[in-house]
Structures are given as C-alpha cells and as structure tokens.
Ligand binder design. Structure first.
Ligand code: GUN
Ligand code: ZN
Length: 436
C-alpha cells in the first residue's frame, strides 16, 4: 500500500448510482470517462476528451483503462474493537456479546492496543474501497482518540464515538451516566468537525443504558444537532424480550429511543429487523436511518432485514459490515449478502439499488450527500477503482457481459478486496497493487 498527495486525472469507466425519475436508483455510466481530482475534490467529470480539455497541461494521469471508477464506499456500522473476534463460532446475539465481544473490548482501555488495532482496521477499510465509515469504539474514550488520530492521518471520512453503557454489562465496561457523558462531551470538543471527522453519541443499545444515561445523551444531542446518534435497534428476538423487561413502560423498542429523545435526524440504528411498518414510517418521518448489516444478521441468525418495506416507508437506508458480528470488511461482499437477504423475501434489488446503498444511500443516511457518495463536481475526491480482471472467474464472467449493468452485478456478487485496484480518499491515493 503506497500513498501520495494527489492532483490528478483518472481515466476509466465512471459508474455511479443516482436517483431515477420514479425514485428508484438508476446507473449513470460514462465509458472512456475521466475525473480531474484537485486538492481533495472532484474538479471536473465527464468524457475523457472533455475533462482533458479543462485539466491543466502536465497533470498526473492515472490511466485505469477499462476498469470501473465508483464513488468510495460508505460502511455505516462497524466496531473497531471487534476486529480480532471476527468469525467467532456458535452464538446468537446476547450470548455472542457475553462470550466474545465484551472480553475483547476490555483490552481497549490501553491506548497502545487501540492505536495498533486502529492502524490495521483503517488499512483494511481502505484496502476494501471504504472511504467513509461509521465506527463504534469501546467504552473507553482513549479507543476513539487513537482511532480519530489514525483516521485523520489517512484522510478518511469517519464518524465515530465511544460506547455509552452503564448497566447490564461487565463492570469493567461500565462508564456511569455522568462520566460517560463528560467523556463524550470532551471527545466532541476535541474531534467533531476536525478535517473529515465527526462525532457520534453512541449508546450501545437501550438495555445497556440507564434511563438517566439515555436522558443525558438526548440532552447532549440537543446541544449539538449536527452530532450523530448511533446505536442498535431490533436486532434479535431475545433482545426484544429483554428490552420489554428492562423498559416495561415503553410500548416498543423503538419507543424507548423515541421517548428518551434519541429518534431524530442524524440518528443511525443498526439492524432494524423486527419492526412493523408503522415503526419504519415513524423512523422515516423523524429523519433517522436504518443500517442494513446482512452478513452479521445471517451470521448471528438474527433475522432478515426487510429492505423493500423500508424503501416503501421512505426510510433512509445505509449498508454496514458490522464487523465483528459481520463476516467481512468488504462492502462488495456485504452487498452480495444484502441481495440474497432481499431475494429470500421475493424482492431482489437491482445493481443500481445495491450500488446506491453502498454509496449515495449511505451518504444520505449521514446527511453528507452534498460531500460524498457521487462523482459530481465539487464532491470530495473519494473513489474506488475496481478491476474485474483481478481473478480468473470474474474475468471470465466479465468477458460474457453485454452491459455495464450486468458487469456491475457480477462484480457485486463475486468481488472482494482482490478487485480493488486503487482508492482515492480526499487528497490521498492508495494503491494496493503496482501503479496502474
Ligand atoms: N447490540 C449491542 N451491542 C452489539 C454489538 O456489539 N454487535 C451487534 N451485532 N449487536 C449489538
Ligand atoms: Zn453493531
């Protein structure tokens, strides 16, 4: 992996997903296209001839040939401390948390551990073409300090926060309502709005937070309307039963967040499987977003996210890997599982919808679609170059494709990190392979 500052002209086939006239996403393809990237932004886009005419003489040209140039991927839900427990066997959500997640998170009280894992974690995101991620740290503020520092150095767009949890978890992982809020306030002061970094208030999930803590989080969120709220919602049946027991006065799991003032714009809720249509619509009206995490939902046996119903409700939907319950850092693999989960429910999404979910849809969920998620002039220079020729099977399948639509679908189903030829994130270029 090499890095260099970038002011350059990229040549290749430009592919992005944009809203169509009926509301359903459509693909926009520019064959023999070009992007002129200047000082971390897209300065011109279109056919190679047109962009060459406006770019300055002598600009560095990166000719990616017939490879596809897509907007950088948005992973809207991933846990930093769970990197080392990915692929741990045999449990449903609540037992998995006790057996695997909580123990590994304790190590993040040590900032050296957090810094080392953060370096690996961010390189892994970049290697997979992810240029924006929404990340949960551990309960320890130093885990997020280390993460923000490492992300800033790499030019990534990151929304992150320390977990808030003051009950129903191991004593070593409890912050207490006052302390957790003080730590969050200080992290907002230090990092929110620094370069491409943003803060997310991150109550782990309702049953791990006292009423006092939830109330305090809502108050802090009200003081900082542009700070995110990030949590889990309606992931497994066992969790739902537990929430009913812990919050007997609330009508539903969603109502716990609603009643405590956390259902709002810039609130992201991972999973959202066991909801009814009225709840999906209420989330949509509030301007909150659901994060679909298919590899995690299948791996833990949590259930099937109803993508079509969420679309009907007009809900903002993003895609997340949810590592370490999720089984891959690759948003290509994640999109493939999203397709299968929706297909199982009789509504397979189009290639354009899948690409939308992992780019512009994620950007909309974050209210960042005027900065990231598409290849328009003025957008931040986040893009990923995919090479279908990188593996024999996909190369063979690609040779049979008659349209970019068909090729994109094959890449989404068969692709992974091996097909990421280069990644541009803000002002930095990463090339996992020799200069292309
Ligand atoms: N719900 C509360 N905490 C977690 C977590 O760490 N992973 C997942 N998948 N669900 C959760
Ligand atoms: Zn999660």
């Amino acid at each position: 992996m090499t890095t260099q500052p970038d002011d350059s002209l990229l040549l290749g086939t430009l592919v992005q997903a944009v809203p169509g006239e009926t509301g359903a996403p459509v693909l926009q393809v520019t064959e023999r296209g070009a992007l002129w990237l200047r000082q971390g932004r897209i300065a011109a886009t279109g056919t190679a001839d047109r962009v060459r005419a406006v770019a300055p003489e002598g600009v560095a040209v990166h000719d990616h040939g017939g490879r596809l140039i897509l907007p950088g991927f948005v992973d809207a839900h991933i846990h930093l401390p769970q990197t080392d427990i990915i692929a741990s066997h045999g449990e449903h959500l609540l037992a998995w948390l006790e057996r695997y997640a909580f123990p590994v998170e304790e190590a993040f009280s040590d900032e050296t551990v957090a810094a080392e894992v953060s370096g690996f974690f961010l390189e892994e995101l970049l290697r997979n073409g992810t240029t924006t991620a929404v990340v949960l740290g551990s309960v320890h503020p130093q885990s997020v300090e280390a993460l923000f520092r490492e992300a800033h150095a790499r030019g990534l767009r990151l929304v992150a926060g320390k977990l808030l949890m003051d009950r129903n978890c191991p004593a070593a992982l409890r912050d207490g309502p006052g302390l957790g809020l003080d730590q969050s306030r200080e992290l907002i002061r230090r990092w929110h709005g620094v370069g491409r970094l943003r803060y997310a208030l991150t109550p782990r999930f309702a049953p791990a937070c006292s009423a006092a803590q939830l109330r305090g989080i809502a108050k802090l969120a009200e003081q900082h309307p542009d700070v995110y709220v990030h949590s889990h919602l309606a992931e497994s049946r066992g969790e739902l039963d537990w929430v009913r027991h812990v919050f007997p006065e609330q009508a539903s799991y969603l109502d716990v967040y609603r009643d405590f003032g956390l259902l709002r714009r810039r609130a992201l809720f991972a999973h959202c499987i066991h909801l009814d249509q009225n709840e999906r619509e209420r989330m949509a009206t509030a301007g909150a977003a659901a994060v679909f995490c298919p590899t995690s939902n299948l791996f833990l046996g949590s259930g099937l996210f109803d993508y079509a119903a969420c679309r009907r409700a007009g809900l903002r939907i993003a895609l997340g890997t949810d590592v370490g319950a999720g089984t891959s850092f690759s948003m290509l693999r994640t999109a493939a599982e999203a397709y299968k989960v929706a297909a199982l429910q009789g509504a397979p999404p189009s290639p354009a919808e899948l690409l939308y979910l992992m780019t512009r849809g994620g950007a909309e969920a974050l209210y960042l679609d005027d900065h990231i998620g598409s290849l328009e002039v003025g957008m931040e220079a986040d893009c990923v170059v995919l090479d279908p020729g990188a593996t024999p099977l996909l190369a063979r399948r690609a040779a049979c494709c008659e349209s970019v639509d068909e090729l994109l679908f094959a890449i989404l189903m068969l692709g992974d990190d091996r097909h990421v030829a280069a990644v541009y994130t803000g002002a930095i270029r990463y090339t996992p392979v020799a200069d292309g």
